[in-house]
Design a protein around this ligand. Structure first.
Ligand SMILES: Cc1cc2nc3c(=O)[nH]c(=O)nc-3n(C[C@H](O)[C@H](O)[C@H](O)COP(=O)(O)OP(=O)(O)OC[C@H]3O[C@@H](n4cnc5c(N)ncnc54)[C@H](O)[C@@H]3O)c2cc1C
Length: 426
């Protein structure tokens, strides 16, 4: 009897997990490595950052997800090195050998050469980021309530979101709703409705991936919610209490970064070509030309289809993961691999609690119906029954009451500097 082939998967995100699931019945030994113990549904991360949902609603332990899949061992640890010649990956405390490797370590924030901005303007990628943002947002209202001058109060009540893609639009729209509806009766010395929410975009319009018409509708909806939208204005400076864009310098205590992503640094270890965002250029079957036993999938993979790059979105990552699994099995069986083909099901973005835009391959729509469609899809795609049920109940409640249940501030007391420290809380 031949020994089962060892497959190492780095990353339990959409690409890695979908590859593992596709291999459910295969006679292989899979080691799934992730530096976190959970799979995260990033599309709803902004809900945790804005106190709408608690973390367990959008994340589930990887061990729990694959508990019935006997051919998988989960290892929690950070991969630091990949040796494609010796066919092993290095973690702080061990090395793990493979016959086949899938690198699906995703992407991280990019500050376009201004890494010093990260401390003032956190991005949203992990649960830790979401907790930090939630803390800064909630602390800003507390600081405004305690402010001793009008200038300080105004700075505390000014929130700037940089980058008007789906995450920036969702964050700013929700912040506006929190200020205009959720918190209005909670404070005695401030009128939260006077909070300024700025959405700043360097490009000519919001939601660049959508058609002009849909993006225009989203822009108007954001303004109706009370968001000040500034397009065509790159941010040139960010400090602890301010940001600068165009000829404006704005005092703002809460600045959030939703502008750029860069590929996971693990891509550099593969010794092959990278694109401008640091993503790994892969063969049509998602393997590396020099190492057909190594595959890359998800946000870390750079591949074109019909002359355009396959986008860094969850459906593309899932489809790549599944394709890699099938191609690994083909290689093991000595068969030819199949090129990856991306099926684009369209894009959605939500702006506020009952407005969204939907751009499907043959259909475009917006408004309340698009919002219900968005809601149904996101609940359907959440992993695990518990998450779905909890999210559904939370949203039903929030829809009718504007309540946001996860508004507990954890960590140190609120003081002058609160919300600025890089810390995470549960
Ligand atoms: C805030 C936000 C909102 C989004 N909204 C949408 C949306 O509405 N619709 C949509 O389609 N897409 C959305 N996306 C994009 C989508 O989430 C990504 O395209 C998708 O997650 C990519 O999957 P992946 O498996 O490549 O990477 P990820 O899902 O990011 O998974 C990568 C995994 O690798 C692990 N990892 C990284 N480095 C290491 C290491 N060195 N060692 C061990 N483990 C490591 C990470 O912990 C992580 O679990 C959003 C992304 C974000 C950040």
């Amino acid at each position: 009897m031949t020994e089962a082939k060892k497959i190492v998967v780095i990353g339990g995100g959409f690409a890695g997990l979908w590859a593992v699931r596709q291999l459910k019945r295969a006679p292989v030994e899979i080691t799934l490595i992730d530096r976190r113990n959970h799979h995260l549904f990033q599309p709803l991360l902004y809900q945790v950052a804005t106190a709408g949902l608690a973390a367990p609603s959008i994340a589930a332990p990887l061990r729990h997800i694959v508990r019935d899949q006997r051919n998988v061992t989960v290892h929690m640890g950070e991969v630091q090195g990949i040796d494609t010649t010796a066919r092993r990956v290095t973690l702080p405390d061990r090395q793990i050998s493979y016959d086949y490797l899938l690198v699906a370590s995703g992407a991280t924030h990019a500050y376009f050469g201004h890494d010093q901005w990260e401390q003032f303007a956190p991005g949203l990628k992990t649960l830790d980021d979401a907790f930090l943002i939630r803390r800064r947002v909630l602390c800003a209202f507390e600081q405004a309530e305690a402010a001793t001058s009008a200038a300080e109060r105004d700075a505390c009540l000014t929130f700037a979101v940089i980058g008007a893609g789906p995450t920036g639009a969702e964050l700013s729209g929700t912040l506006a709703e929190i200020a205009r509806h959720t918190l209005t009766r909670d404070f005695r010395h401030i009128d939260t409705r006077k909070a300024r929410i700025l959405l700043i975009e360097a490009g000519p319009r919001v939601l660049a991936a959508f058609t002009d018409t849909l993006a225009g509708k989203a822009h108007r909806q954001l303004e109706r919610l009370g968001v000040e939208v500034h397009t065509g204005k790159p941010v040139t400076e960010i400090g602890a209490d301010f940001l600068q864009f165009g000829d404006q310098r704005i005092a703002a205590r809460t600045i959030l970064w939703a502008a750029g992503v860069a590929a996971s640094p693990l891509g550099k270890q593969l010794g092959t070509g990278l694109d401008r965002a640091g993503r790994v250029r892969v063969q049509p079957d998602l393997s590396l030309a020099a190492h057909p036993e190594v595959f890359v999938a998800g946000d870390l993979a750079s591949i074109d289809q019909d002359g355009k790059p396959v986008p860094g979105v969850a459906p593309a990552a899932k489809q790549m993961g599944a394709r890699v699994a099938k191609n690994i099995l083909a290689r093991i069986a000595g068969n030819k691999t199949t090129p990856f083909h991306y099926t684009d099901f369209g894009a959605l973005a939500t702006i506020g609690r009952h407005s969204a835009i939907a751009q499907l391959p043959n259909l475009r729509f917006s408004g309340l119906f698009a919002w219900w469609f968005w809601l149904a899809l996101h609940i359907y795609f959440l992993i695990g029954f518990r998450s779905r049920l909890i999210v559904l109940i939370n949203w039903a409640w929030a829809y009718f009451t504007y309540a946001r249940g996860a508004r507990i501030i954890l960590g140190n007391e609120v003081g002058k500097d609160h919300g600025r420290e890089k810390e995470s809380s549960a």
